[in-house]
Design a protein around this ligand. Sequence first.
Ligand SMILES: [Cu+2]
Length: 274
Amino acid sequence: MEELKQNKKSVEQKLSGKELYDLEKKQREETKKGERRKEKLSEAPKKISRYFFYIFIGVGVIGLFGWFIANRSNLPPMTMQGHIEQSPPSHILDKRIPENIQQHMLEHADGGGKPGIIIQYNCDKFDCETDLVERLTDLVKQYPKNVYLAPNNYDGKIILTRLGKREILDSFNEQKIRNFIEKTASSIKEISMVSGNLFFNPKDLILIKDQPVKIVFSNSGTHTFTIDELGVNVPLQGSSATVEFTPTESGTFKYYCAVPGHREGGMEGSLKVE
Ligand SMILES: [Cu+2]
């Protein structure tokens, strides 16, 4: 009996020991929770400020992008990406050339010629001299094959474009425009001629003022290609010869072979510079 009593007591003690342990565990957990809550509370302002920081950056990026879009210059294309297979109805226009057609002309004038040059003016936004369009027209007419003139709404009074190149002019500058047009290697006029005993073929040449010309001769014998007025005097020897020059004066001239007797023998022709 005594033994049983003692046993019960020890069980109670054990139980209370376990309870005590559970209680302590609970208490420990409570303090931990409290600490975590405190930690969370102290972290909250940090989190909020971080959110504001992200929002600030986000708004900033969007704003900057918007500003960039709004302030982006409106300029004509310089590449042929996105072009369509159409050509403008003429080279001198009073209506805008759509950009995808501009791109096509940059590739090749009239859809098959040499790379084109497009001159565009904006007289709605900029103050144009009364004769500006007329002067541009006169100039463009001298390059009938690959130069285009049209109005547009771009951010420049006069904008010149060719493949990969753009120049903005705030006044009419004939020399700058000519340089821009003629710098295109492909705007060189190439002509094939035959020179022999005693003839040139063809006998009549038509050139454009200030447009560089390259004449490739199939030659036999020894001759010259000479134009007194334009300061051209190049020997033609061997089976092929090349003469390059730029006619800087308009008019009708004679070209001839300066070897004595050859001109009289028929080696002469006419050259018209327009
Ligand atoms: Cu000759």
